[in-house]
Design a protein around this ligand. Structure first.
Ligand SMILES: [Mg+2]
Length: 293
């Protein structure tokens, strides 16, 4: 059996999302605290209000909506004064948002062998495609599936001047229906239909046992657990939990998924993304690096 399609999760599968979220956020809030004198606890509490309002913990325009900053500035946040904080965010992000080792080489090898590559993420489209371009992943993807954006302020270029809409247009993208979340199988099944491949011809890789692996097994594709991307509790995760946009309803949903029982992956990529090649070699029954498998 030939593997014709690789579907990959992105956050903590292609790059370390927690690191890429944490360091820029902390750098930005540190500067905001220094400039305004508003304590960190109050800033974090305010940030969570905004994140919940927009349903994402990476809302890029958080500063101008934070209640404690609106109060500090008397109604309109002075972004010019906070520019060093926005710069700190950008500079830090440039440093920490990088692909895991082996991602580029692995995907390039697969493409050369005729395997199509699809990314399927639950990160909102704007953030997903920005990361896909910033990391250099875009040219290696045949398509990106991600949920539709929330309403973005039309002055986003103030924050993200390097972001290029024309580049984004070169990426084949599909928006996933709102409210359809992993481990629901509808979207993954739809991806297989879009590409005209069977589950046996498809490999799925992702870091979440409860979402990625459970979903992949339900559809019957070959599942690979990106265990190298799993985060253990640490300062970064703790802060994320503290300011997260997750609502009580989201937490209950997580609980429900957990109660479905232990999920055992069929294959484990412990060493890194390139372990996917070994899996494909195994399920193909011949050398993945040999031409024409
Ligand atoms: Mg993930």
């Amino acid at each position: 059996m030939t593997v014709r399609l690789l579907v990959t999760d992105l956050d903590n599968t292609a790059w370390d999302w927690v690191e890429a979220w944490y360091h820029p956020f902390v750098a930005m809030m540190g500067r905001v605290a220094a400039i305004t004198g508003v304590p960190h606890t109050e800033l974090y509490r305010s940030a969570q209000i905004v994140f919940r309002r927009h349903g994402t913990s990476e809302y890029a325009f958080v500063l101008e909506e934070m209640p404690c900053l609106l109060e500090h500035y008397g109604g309109v946040v002075h972004l010019d004064e906070l520019r060093p904080a926005i710069e700190a965010y950008r500079e830090t992000r440039e440093r920490v948002l990088v692909l895991y080792p082996g991602v580029v080489e692995t995907l390039a090898t697969l493409r050369e062998a005729g395997c199509q590559i699809v990314a399927y993420t639950e990160s909102l489209s704007y953030y997903a495609r920005t990361r896909v371009f910033r990391t250099g992943l875009a040219p290696l993807l045949d398509r990106l599936y991600s949920p539709p954006d929330h309403d973005l302020p039309d002055h986003r270029e103030r924050y993200d001047s390097a972001y290029d809409d024309r580049a984004a247009a070169s990426l084949d993208r599909r928006e996933t229906p709102e409210g359809q979340l992993k481990p629901s199988t509808k979207i993954l099944q739809g991806i297989l239909d879009d590409f005209g491949v069977s589950p046996q011809e498809t490999v799925y890789v992702g870091d979440s046992l409860m979402k990625d692996i459970h979903m992949a097994q339900s559809v019957g594709v070959h599942d690979v657990h990106a265990s190298y991307g799993c985060r253990h509790d640490d300062d970064a995760y703790e802060l994320l939990r503290r300011v997260t946009h997750w609502t009580d309803e989201d937490m209950e949903r997580q609980q429900r998924i957990r109660s479905m029982g232990a999920v055992r992956p069929t294959y484990v990529a412990a060493g890194g993304f390139s372990d996917v090649l070994d899996v494909i070699e195994e399920v193909s029954g011949q050398g993945a690096r040999a031409p024409g498998w």
